[in-house]
Ligand binder design. Structure first.
Ligand code: FSO
Ligand code: SF4
Length: 541
């Protein structure tokens, strides 16, 4: 195996023996093959579109789900990956019949094989199959961005939002990654185009979420527990949460959010459920301890799964793109009502959660809420009460070096406001950093995809202050990344013209020195230093 798609990759270079995340080599190899056949089918759909015909939505959904399934910590179940390869090959064979001109199709579109041939094929199509390290670097950067985009698309699709233009781009981009005639410059251009569609994808999801559940609003979220048996919902899929809340009504079972599901509490629709109690625990990587003490049933709707302990594996469930061998999976396609009765029955027999903390956290500062406070914020900036905003969106992770973000948040001057989204927030959202004229110093917009809100807010501030360039705003970008959704957020910010982003705790291993150089020269991207040095750098203190 060779995988270097996430920040925790072994020795900051690549997992080759087994994944630091727990992914086994045979599963990693099957994921490589799944990505390969997904590129193959994408070249077929791209050709069909070029010949003037349409592609059914179900094919678009198959492609995005394939990529989503290979995201870090989403699916560890080799059998699921193998089945998706088989389905993709079958669907592709049918699609090939629709193609009039097959001459330009790449070999990935024409390859077929049965399961006994999968391992041998997988060994020839992984990341290292691209020999030129700059081409490889750009191909992987784009692939990871597309994986993140696929995840966001899927969340919108389950809320019945689709964007054919976005799917057509995603598939065209995947097919271009098979094209050996493309230069570094071509791939740099495709990287930025991926960022454009990243913005579109996050906007689509924002529209889907807010149309379905209302605009997030300032909310205090309880972090303590009650004495009923309960279900803990993790991951990012709000539609799954909605179905579960409906089915747990009047059952005596409470529902709590975990990690990236916390922002669900900010939506008006979810407030109407009296058994939707609060948020339990922290970011994804602490789940081993927290799932144990939670005592109840657990539903993983997406990444990030940590290989479960036997102590709670039997009360854990996956759904959607998530999967883990030996953990019960709850099925259900887009548009179908999932049947959560089994998880509810398991929960009823469980002890109530052990309280691990008490109190509240405040969030709900997505674009609509922040823009309704715009006058207050603009006034605070104009009279000097707020000197700078620091965008600290992204991911949390288990690396000790990430304590930087807690220390950095604590060390920030008191006239600064943190804008956050994603599970990165858990490094500082319980620090009680206070407020400025009633505006909390940590404004949480929501999940990682709600980084879109931060971009909308920045663009609005640019307009209000009459600036020509988004980079003239008093905003510093100090972003933490872990997996591929953060990659699409990063590419989206680059597309929007944001410069001088600091990315940590380490720069991606998949950036070759030359590609990194392109990002440094054109966008001023850099890593992080020590807290002390960075505070000096940002504030001349
Ligand atoms: Fe975190 Fe995991 Fe949302 Fe990621 S839970 S690390 S960027 O999946 O997607 O922020
Ligand atoms: Fe390693 Fe990350 Fe890949 Fe897992 S996802 S195998 S930790 S690089």
């Amino acid at each position: 195996m060779f995988c270097y798609q996430c920040q925790e990759t072994a020795n900051c270079s690549g997992c080759t023996v087994s994944g630091v995340c727990g992914k086994k080599p045979d599963t990693a190899n099957m994921q490589d093959l799944l990505v390969y056949v997904t590129k193959g089918i994408s070249a077929v759909t791209t050709q069909i579109r070029a010949e003037g015909k349409q592609i059914d939505k179900s094919i678009n959904h198959l492609i995005t789900l394939n990529l989503f399934t290979t995201i870090t910590n989403a699916n560890f179940d080799k059998n699921v990956i193998v089945e998706r390869i088989k389905t993709t090959l079958k669907v592709k064979e049918n699609l090939l019949k629709e193609v009039s001109d097959k001459s330009a199709l790449p070999s990935a579109s024409l390859w077929n094989g049965n399961e006994s041939e999968f391992a041998a094929k997988a060994a020839t199509v992984g990341v290292l199959a691209t020999e030129n390290e700059d081409i490889r670097s750009l191909r992987e950067l784009i692939t990871y961005g597309l994986k993140g985009l696929s995840a966001y698309s899927k969340h919108a699709n389950v809320l019945m939002e689709d964007n054919e233009e976005l799917d057509a781009f995603l598939q065209r981009a995947l097919s271009m990654l098979l094209d050996d005639t493309l230069s570094v410059d071509d791939l740099v251009a495709l990287t930025l185009e991926t960022g454009k569609f990243g913005v579109d994808g996050m906007a689509m999801l924002d529209k889907a979420n807010t149309s379905a559940y209302g605009n997030p609003e300032i909310t205090k979220v309880n972090i303590g527990v009650r004495s009923n048996p309960a279900i803990l919902v993790s991951g990012h899929d709000l539609r799954d949460l909605e179905m579960l809340l409906e089915q747990t009504k009047d059952t005596g079972v409470d529902v709590y959010t975990h990690s990236e599901m916390l922002p669900a509490h900010y939506y008006p629709t979810f407030k109407k459920y009296s058994h939707f109690v609060g948020n339990y625990g922290n970011a994804w990587w602490k789940q081993k301890e927290e799932f144990e003490s939670f005592n109840g049933a657990i539903l993983m709707t997406t990444n990030c799964i940590v290989p479960p302990k036997d102590s709670y594996k039997g009360r854990m469930f996956t759904t959607g793109a998530a999967g883990y061998p030996g953990v019960k999976h709850i099925g259900g396609e887009i548009g179908e009502i999932k049947d959560f009765s089994e998880i509810i029955e398991v929960a009823k027999k469980c002890k109530p959660p052990v309280e691990i903390e008490r109190g509240e956290i405040v969030g709900g500062f997505a674009h609509n809420q922040v823009l309704s406070l715009a006058d207050k914020i603009v006034e605070a900036v104009q009279n000097g009460d707020i000197k700078k905003f620091i965008v600290m969106a992204g991911c949390d992770g288990r690396a000790k070096s990430r304590n930087y973000y807690t220390e950095f948040a604590k060390a920030l001057p008191k006239d600064t406001v943190i804008l956050t989204a994603g599970c990165a927030k858990y490094k500082y959202n319980k620090l009680n950093l206070g407020d400025i004229n009633g505006i909390p110093r940590v404004l949480d917009a929501g999940q990682c995809n709600d980084s879109y809100s931060l971009a909308v807010i920045a663009l609005k501030l640019k307009e209000v202050f009459g600036l020509d360039d988004i980079n003239e705003l008093p905003i510093i970008y100090n972003i933490a990344w872990y997996e591929q959704k953060a990659v699409i957020v990063l590419l989206s910010l680059l597309y929007l013209g944001v410069k001088n982003i600091h990315l940590g705790p380490t720069l991606p291993a998949f950036l070759s020195p030359n590609v990194l150089n392109v990002l440094v020269e054109n966008f001023g991207i850099s890593g992080i230093g020590s807290v002390e040095d960075d505070i000096k750098l940002f504030f001349n203190k």
